[in-house]
Design a binder for this molecule. Sequence first.
Ligand code: HPA
Ligand code: ZN
Length: 332
Amino acid sequence: MIDLIKKLPKAELHLHIEGSLEPELMFRLAKKNKIDIPYNDIEDVRKAYDFSNLQTFLDIYYAGAKVLVTKDDFYDLTWEYILKCVEENIVHTEIFFDPQTHTERGVPFTAVITGIKEALADAKEKYGITSCVIMCFLRHLSQEDAFVTLEEAMPFKEDIIGVGLDSSELGNPPSKFKEVFKKAKEAGFKLVAHAGEEADYSYIYEALDLLNIDRIDHGVQSINSPELMTRLKNEQMPLTVCPNSNIELRVFDTYKDHNIKELLDYGLNISVNSDDPAYFKGYVNQNFINLCENLPITEDDIVTLVKNSFRASFIDDELKEKYLAQVDLALQ
Ligand code: HPA
Ligand code: ZN
């Protein structure tokens, strides 16, 4: 099973690039940029990565992101993730970034997007890895702030395929961002949103009906509404599920309690993703392995999950078919 997971080419659709900041790089950049971090050594960091919910994680994640200052820092961050993609056999990736986390500190939007894009261009040239970039609005900030960020993104429209919504979910429902998502859609962006991670399934309905999203991030709370489950199945609306994240943030108590197998068996379009791999103990393959070790996941399930990662991606149909054929080839 582990061999199968490793050998299949995969796409990743739910990855916060700031969440791929490994402690080693965090220390190196903190020193270079003379930024204080509240850790003495790597062991200290690992100890701090013990979360009780989404917010306790976000506090640490935003503190870590402060070491990212220059365009080169964003290049190095992205390049280290690309090297993981090579190890993991991830051939296509759709990367989230949180511009407001950086522009709030005075880092120019241009530095962030340019560093990321240059690394992704090198990834294509050196390894053939394809990618898209999705800009997330921080939902704990206002819709007005999100409008400002959308304006800043306009000159980079060619580099950014879509917009998303992340950060503190409870108390910040999708409805808060209805107008800015409408504007983003009119501007031609794809739309995604974190919904039904910690908050109940009403947030998923809002994301579908008020934001008109193309894909749901997490969405695991949909299991509590039979009507929503039917709808998601009929529409084949993709859910980018992140098992390690859900365990680390206590959405489920243990891997054995995770509902991904039920969602998949019901016929939903589910993929497996790493979310914030530097914080949640592993990249995509480790997420698959943890599922296989704890749930009655079959080899057919793995193939379906992997194929869904391409089906739910924002690449064109021709490239999709090419990648799906590569999965079939790897299976022979
Ligand atoms: N949820 C919300 N916001 C986030 C996450 C997440 O899992 N990871 C990084 N920002
Ligand atoms: Zn996420």
